[in-house]
Design a protein around this ligand. Structure first.
Ligand SMILES: *Cc1c(COP(=O)(O)O)cnc(C)c1O
Length: 246
């Protein structure tokens, strides 16, 4: 196959994968009596070239998730003008906050006040506020990113008070390998935490949870954003040196 034919075939795969993922989302929502339109699909394009993002755009996808600030900034610049919505979903270091505040519309991975304060200071006042979620360490792994559930309410109140940020909700990444029953319990715990914070007066409308292999379980527990990579784009290339460092 020549490279042009290969490229066309690659785009066709992304088109049909997106259709399949939308069908999964619709079925999962209907199965629990939810409106499928209440679940947004975030296409996770980390490590993939801008051409893949463009193919998904041509299939109607608008929101894209990136884990690495530099890589996301390059893709956003290459595709400026398409009206894409960029979500930062990776671990965030303080030396990347300017780039993230300049590039992204959403940040899902806030787990420390210091990072939120920096994003707040650096967000251009002429732009809409940065939409943010707290990443909660729902599986209780000490080595993982995310705020501990018992510390989430205080962090949520502090972040909600910062200018130029709009706290939208909570995000989690369960430990890989957890079985369905345990996964469901994790997602339920995030939902309950949001309910608790809402009862305390924080208006949170977002639960960012569920990926390629578990989006049905997450939707059953109330996910409003599912973050899907491999089910749309296929297996990822290994992170390069330049993406691994940030
Ligand atoms: C990579 C990634 C995803 C997508 O995972 P898939 O299994 O490829 O769907 C979702 N969320 C985060 C935070 C990720 O890093």
């Amino acid at each position: 196959m020549n490279s042009k034919a290969k490229k066309t075939e690659g785009m066709a795969v992304i088109f049909s994968n997106l259709r399949t993922v939308h069908a999964r989302i619709d079925a999962a929502a209907r199965a629990v009596g939810r409106d499928p339109a209440s679940v947004r699909l975030l296409a996770v394009s980390k490590t993939l070239p801008a051409a893949h993002v463009r193919a998904a755009f041509e299939a109607g996808q608008r929101a894209f998730g990136e884990n690495y600030a530099q890589e996301g900034a390059e893709k956003a610049a290459a595709l400026a003008g398409l009206g894409l919505e960029w979500h930062f979903i990776g671990p965030l270091q303080s030396n990347k906050t300017q780039l993230v505040a300049d590039t992204f519309d959403w940040v899902h991975s806030i787990d420390r006040l210091k990072i939120a304060e920096r994003l707040s200071t650096r967000r251009d006042a002429a732009r809409p506020p940065l939409q943010v979620c707290l990443q909660v360490n729902i599986s209780g792994e000490t080595t993982k990113h995310g705020v501990a559930p018992e510390k989430a309410p205080a962090l949520a109140r502090a972040v909600a008070a910062l200018p130029r940020l709009h706290l939208r909700g909570l995000m989690c990444i369960p430990e890989p390998g957890e079985d369905r029953v345990l996964l469901r319990r994790r997602f339920a715990a995030l939902r309950q935490l949001r309910e608790r914070l809402t009862a305390e007066g924080l208006a949170l409308d977002t639960l960012s949870m569920g990926m390629s292999h578990d989006l049905e379980t997450a939707i059953a527990e109330g996910a409003t954003i599912v973050r899907v990579g491999t089910a749309i784009f296929g297996a990822r290339q290994k992170a390069t040196a330049s993406t691994a460092e940030n």
